[in-house]
Design a protein around this ligand. Structure first.
Ligand SMILES: [Zn+2]
Length: 166
């Protein structure tokens, strides 16, 4: 954890995703001491924020994306994504992590598909939703159906996890 000169831990204020000249993605991590107000920014290669981020945090780019979702959807989505991050032991929610499943048209769920997803344990559910919506988006489809679920279940989640999607 970052420690300020005054002795207190630094609070992570935000993260910007930046592409550098050579195309490598970097994270610019902003931290602030809430005791004395000292601020610092650190550039790290994307994915290497270990020890510099004090909690699960969304990059500015990911937050911007979240802001554009309808509020009721954003709240649910945010919870699922953050729970998934904790399960994986990761702390930085990036634009890419969010966007892949959501590109293209807004994805609708058939009621039966949605009902099935509700039966999936939460940590798997967030990933399942991402994979399903990404697959649909890649095909230019805008609906998640039970048939698509069956297919993705077999393709992405293997035998073990497949048992959890019923
Ligand atoms: Zn300080």
């Amino acid at each position: 954890m970052l420690t300020c000169g005054c002795g207190r831990w630094m609070h992570t204020e935000g993260i910007e995703e930046r592409a550098h000249g050579d195309g490598a993605l970097q994270w610019f991590i902003r931290s602030e001491c809430r005791n004395c107000g000292f601020k610092v920014g650190v550039d790290v290669p994307a994915g290497q924020a270990s020890g510099l981020v004090d909690r699960v945090i969304w990059s500015d780019e990911a937050l911007h994306r979240l802001d554009r979702m309808p509020p009721y959807m954003a709240a649910l989505f945010r919870d699922d994504v953050e729970q998934d991050m904790r399960v994986r032991g990761e702390r930085v929610v990036t634009y890419d992590a969010l966007l892949r499943p959501l590109t293209g048209e807004r994805i609708e769920w058939d009621p039966e598909a949605e009902r099935r997803l509700d039966n999936v344990p939460a940590p798997v559910r967030a990933m399942a939703r991402i994979e399903l919506e990404r697959t649909a988006a890649e095909r230019g489809a805008n609906r998640i159906t039970v048939a698509l679920m069956e297919e993705v279940k077999a393709r992405y989640f293997g035998m073990g996890a497949a048992r959890e999607i019923r």
